[in-house]
Design a protein. Structure first.
Length: 301
């Protein structure tokens, strides 16, 4: 077995993704490899999407997701769009079914190049998110950062979109908050035994939100698909918006919009947005040592 596999550097709204082709192999991308890749500015990433041979009949692939700290993640919507674009370019197919630890994901590439991912049903029960304390209503829980009489952030909506999310509602631009300081405290708050993704969400209209996310295991990120889904669902649950919204991702490069629909019929959340290929190369999934494909010769790291 060759020590190296093909990989692509891609992004979904700036969410930095490495798509690694592990098909035909029994090994995995190791945590050490992920940490090494993230330490290199050229391959720094938010998530690795490792494509493995399918485990279940009727699926196209098993997808293993790694965060930049080497931990495993349950879901990554922006990364899933990148996988779809890569496999669609390779196979000519437009519709895919993937299996992840969070369940089955169906996705389709549209004629305009945008990609829709069915992220499944949101989870609201406190013990399945999970939270450390029981809350009968997770649309708003008791949690705050800052002085008790004048908190900077407070009363988030919490839910799981395959991974835990806390949505803090703010009345000004999410970029105006020091999320780099608050993010680690909230991600690792005792309320979240499995840690949590932390999102600041501003309601711009009954059909538009502006968000910024501190991502569990990755830190400040330009975009997070499952966080956008969670913000949209939480906005609808709390009566701030309807069930279909446009998300303006505050920290993402333009164009920076996702469309999120929380379907009435089956409660599934469907996210539609772009994906972008940047460059490709080869990587050792055990060590993270990589080379970049380029016509003028390969760059090795």
């Amino acid at each position: 077995m060759s020590n190296t596999v093909e990989f692509a550097r891609m992004n979904g709204l700036g969410n930095k993704i490495l798509v690694v082709d592990m098909r035909g192999r029994k090994d995995v991308v190791t945590a050490a490899a992920a940490i090494a890749l993230n330490a290199d500015p050229a391959t720094e990433f938010d998530q690795i999407m490792a494509i493995h041979d399918p485990k279940a009949q009727g699926t196209d692939a098993w997808i293993e997701i790694l965060n930049s700290d080497g931990t495993r993640a349950q879901a990554c919507g922006n990364g899933t769009r990148c996988v779809v674009q890569a496999l669609a370019a390779e196979t000519g197919k437009k519709m895919f079914t993937f299996q992840t630890v969070a369940g089955i994901l169906n996705a389709v590439e549209h004629e305009d190049g945008t990609i829709s991912v069915d992220m499944g049903k949101p989870v609201f029960a406190w013990d399945r998110i999970p939270l450390a304390e029981e809350f009968a209503d997770t649309r708003r829980i008791e949690l705050q950062i800052g002085p008790i009489d004048n908190p900077v952030l407070h009363s988030p909506s919490v839910m799981s979109m395959g991974n835990p999310h806390a949505i803090f509602w703010v009345d000004k631009d999410p970029m105006s908050f020091d999320l780099a300081r608050f993010g680690p405290l909230l991600e690792n708050h005792p309320m979240f035994p499995e840690r949590a993704n932390i999102t600041l969400a501003q309601v711009l209209s009954p059909a538009t939100l502006r968000t910024r996310t501190w991502e569990r295991g990755a830190g400040l990120t330009l975009a997070c698909g499952s966080a956008a889904c969670s913000a949209a669902v939480s906005a609808a649950r709390t009566g701030r918006t309807g069930r279909e919204v446009t998300i303006d991702v505050a920290s993402a490069p333009a164009p920076s919009q996702l469309t999120i629909e929380w379907r009435e019929g089956d409660d599934h959340v469907v996210m539609t947005g772009p994906a972008e290929w940047e460059w490709s190369g080869s990587v050792d999934p055990a060590t993270g040592h990589w080379t970049r494909d380029q016509e003028q010769g390969a760059q090795a790291r």
